[in-house]
Design a binder for this molecule. Sequence first.
Ligand code: G3P
Length: 215
Amino acid sequence: MRFFVDSADIREIRVALDMGCVDGVTTNPSLLAKVGRPLKETILEIAALVEGPISAECISTQAEGMVEEGLALAALHPHVVVKLPMGVEGLKATRALAAKGIKTNVTLVFSPVQALLCAKAGARFVSPFVGRLDDIGQEGMEMVRQTVAIFENYGFATEVLVASVRNPIHVLHAALAGAHVATVPLAVFKQLAEHPLTDIGIERFLVDWAKVPKP
Ligand code: G3P
């Protein structure tokens, strides 16, 4: 299973990289707004750090504009994956960009059949948003399980990139479902690494080490 960092914050990305579990990065307009930095400059800075796919999102609402934006984003760096919104226009752009050999990540996916259409259109990644479904009382992870099953049934090469990950349980269930990738905020990476019994164990070892005779 691969982990991407869901962030446009270079400092956060560096911390996650130093933890040794980063295979790529996903950004979106909200994450860029949070750091208050321009898209292209940020993507280039991330690309200089990370050896893996970096999702950069288009903001056009029509396929033609998405393709134009996507071509410009893809030209920035070979690691750029063009992020497109789900929908008829997004699918048209996915197909057009795939025909030119450009990798895409279809975002804002909320059902397994939406994911199926993304795979048919030639998306490299599909991003089911689990946390946002949980927010409205639907089980986000069920969409992931069903999407993985559908892709396996038909041998689609499209990868399931679990997004809107809010907690370690999401990561656990994404891994159990066989999702190819989870994009994880730094705070959740830290939660994944920690356990109160680990902290207690370290403290106990240090106390005992103080009692060990030193030559
Ligand atoms: O990768 C998508 C993610 O950034 C959205 O997360 O928490 O805003 O639903 P969230």
